[in-house]
Design a protein around this ligand. Structure first.
Ligand code: NDP
Length: 245
């Protein structure tokens, strides 16, 4: 199936930012959506906005660090729509800090969300895609995987893992599946600085307000990869504000 219309797309981290913008972008183009995140109220608001606009969306409360939650997300797509065409693994946390702060819980959360969370999504969707003999993994990485900037080393390391896992998955995917890594630069979302210490959060939100691109720019890149004909795999897209070095 080419294009976006009619495709069944599951998105993690769809309650705000890039995930929300992607859901809206794809819904406007006729995709049927299954949206996952932990904050039920925010997820519900995204689902309501899409359905009020004539789109098709269902929300599933999901913590990507839990295997069974990803199985529930992909299972909801299959139960409700009979198939799953695309899994967008977008959930993430940018709680960056210098090593000296020893914010080990934040380190653990980034490892669990970006690495374990991605693997949980692969494990839940791959058998569905193999059964269908079609499917598309889209993963959201970061320009932080290309250039390490202090104090983002742990975040950058986990996003480097996303890049590596995505490329390995692509190599093993065979002719029936498509695999796309989308690596955004600075994007204007509430996630910038969230969970970071006050000084870093202030610096990041200041930089965000000066240079960040809208989340719709990333949503368009994801949409571009999805809308290609079946035999065409857009393997990697880096999208950043022109003013980002
Ligand atoms: P947001 O904070 O707006 O979005 C993050 C999303 O992830 C939220 O929907 C959040 O929902 C969800 N999430 C976080 N942890 C979990 C979890 N354990 N289980 C399920 N959902 C989770 O920030 P962005 O939109 O900016 O971030 C989206 C992705 O884009 C992330 O992977 C981020 O690393 C990446 N990115 C962002 C950039 C930027 O400049 N903004 C640049 C490069 C990459 P909830 O809290 O409801 O669970």
């Amino acid at each position: 199936m080419s294009g976006i219309r009619g495709k069944v797309v599951a998105i993690t981290g769809a309650s705000s930012g890039i995930g929300e913008a992607t859901a809206i972008h794809l819904a406007e183009r006729g995709a049927r959506l299954v949206l996952g995140a932990r904050r039920e109220d925010r997820l519900g608001a995204v689902v309501d906005a899409i359905t009020a606009n004539g789109g098709a969306a269902t929300g599933v409360v999901v913590d990507v660090t839990r295997r069974e939650d990803l199985v529930r997300l992909t299972g909801t797509a299959v139960d409700r729509y009979g198939r799953l065409d695309v899994l967008v693994s977008n959930a993430g946390t940018m709680a960056v800090s210098p090593f000296d702060d020893l914010r080990q819980d934040d380190w653990d959360a980034m490892v669990a969300t970006h690495i374990t969370g991605l693997l949980n999504g692969i494990a839940a969707a791959l058998p569905v895609f193999r059964r269908q003999r079609s499917g598309h993994f889209v993963t959201v990485g970061s320009t932080a995987a290309y250039v390490v900037k202090s104090p983002q080393a742990v975040y950058a390391a986990t996003k480097t893992a996303v890049k590596v896992l995505t490329e390995g998955l692509r190599q093993e995917s065979g002719p029936d599946l498509r695999v796309t890594l989308v690596s955004p630069g600075f994007t204007h979302t509430e996630g910038i600085g969230k969970g970071a210490g006050p000084e870093i959060a202030a610096a990041m939100t200041r930089q965000r307000d000066e240079i960040a691109m809208p989340p719709g720019a990333v949503a368009s890149a994801i949409g571009y990869a999805i809308e290609q004909p079946d035999g065409v795999d857009v393997s990697e897209i880096v999208v950043r504000p022109t003013v980002q070095a």
